[in-house]
Design a protein around this ligand. Structure first.
Ligand SMILES: [Zn+2]
Length: 262
C-alpha cells in the first residue's frame, strides 16, 4: 500500500506538486539513542522534489539545538556513493542533501559519518552543558543560547556582572568537574514527568512544543540535566579541559562566552 502512496506522490511531484511527505513514517533517529554509531544501513523511503533523501533510519544528526548537522557519505549496492552536504529535520523526518548521484526509492544504502568532526561536536556539546550547570550553580544564571563548532563553542547566558574573577571561577570549576569523570546518560520521559524535574524547568522545558509527548533528557550526572536532542560523549573525561577564549556583552545583561577544548 505504501508503494501506491509513493507512486502517487512521485506523479504529483512530476506535475509540480509537493509530495505528501506526511505519509512517510517518522525517521528512526539512531543518533538519539546511540551517539557513538559511526555507520549504519538503511533504506530510501522517499525523495523530495529538491533532491533530498529520506531514509527509514539515520545516524546523521540534523542541524538543531546549536549543534551543526553531520557530514559523511552514503553508498548503495550498485557501487554509487555520494557526499552528505546537509542534514535537516522536517517535522518527524530527516532530510539528507547529497552531492553526486541519488539513490532510488527502495534502495538499500550504507551511511558513514565523518566521525572525527562529529566526535569533536559531541565533546563541545557536553562541555557547554557542563558549563551551563556550573554557571547556574555559582551564580544562578540561566543559559539563553549556544552554538557548537568542531573547534570551538559559544554560550549566551543572563548574568549582568561577569568579572575576570568570575570567568576564572567558571573555568576552574568546570574543569574540576569534567576531570572527575561524571557519566552522561540519555533517557526519554513522558512530558508530564519531565515537567516535574526542577532542572528541566530551569532550562525551559516548557518551551518544547505541545505536540511532543516524550522528552529526551540528557543528564550529566551531578552537573547538569536538560531536555536536549543533541549528541553527547558518555563521560565528562572525554571532553578534556575547557579554556575560556573570550567573553563579550550582548546587551540587556546577556553575556557570551567562547570556549576551546584542550
Ligand atoms: Zn544541548
Amino acid at each position: 500500500m505504501l508503494g501506491c502512496v509513493r507512486a502517487t506522490c512521485n506523479m504529483w511531484s512530476r506535475y509540480g506538486f509537493v509530495p505528501s511527505l506526511h505519509l512517510v513514517a517518522a525517521t528512526d533517529l539512531l543518533y538519539a539513542t546511540d551517539a557513538y554509531l559511526r555507520s549504519f544501513d538503511a533504506r530510501v523511503v522517499e525523495l523530495t522534489p529538491d533532491g533530498g533523501v529520506i531514509l527509514d533510519r539515520t545516524a546523521f544528526y540534523p542541524t538543531g539545538g546549536g549543534q551543526p548537522h553531520d557530514l559523511g557519505t552514503l553508498s548503495w549496492p550498485d557501487g554509487s556513493a555520494a557526499t552528505i552536504v546537509e542534514v535537516r529535520k522536517s517535522g518527524p523526518l530527516v532530510i539528507h542533501r547529497l552531492e553526486g548521484a541519488l539513490p532510488e526509492i527502495g534502495s538499500a544504502v550504507h551511511g558513514e559519518i565523518d566521525w572525527p568532526r562529529r566526535y569533536a561536536l559531541m565533546r563541545h556539546h557536553t562541555a557547554l552543558h557542563s558549563m551551563s550547570g556550573v554557571i547556574y550553580e555559582l551564580y544562578g544564571a540561566t543559559v539563553t543560547g549556544g552554538q557548537m563548532y568542531p573547534d570551538r563553542a559559544r554560550m549566551d547566558f543572563l548574568l549582568p556582572d561577569l568579572s575576570q574573577d568570575r570567568l576564572h571561577m567558571i573555568e576552574e570549576r568546570t574543569n574540576a568537574l569534567l576531570s572527575e569523570g561524571h557519566p552522561v546518560s540519555i533517557r526519554f520521559l513522558p512530558r508530564a514527568e519531565a515537567f516535574q524535574i526542577p532542572d528541566l524547568i530551569r532550562t525551559r522545558v516548557n518551551l518544547i512544543p505541545e505536540g511532543i509527548d516524550e522528552i529526551r533528557v540528557v543528564n550529566i550526572e551531578g552537573i547538569d540535566q536538560q531536555a536536549d536532542g543533541g549528541t553527547h560523549v558518555a563521560n565528562t573525561r572525554e571532553v578534556g579541559l575547557v579554556r575560556i577564549a573570550g567573553s563579550e556583552n550582548k546587551g540587556k545583561g546577556n553575556k557570551r562566552l567562547e570556549i576551546v577544548l584542550q
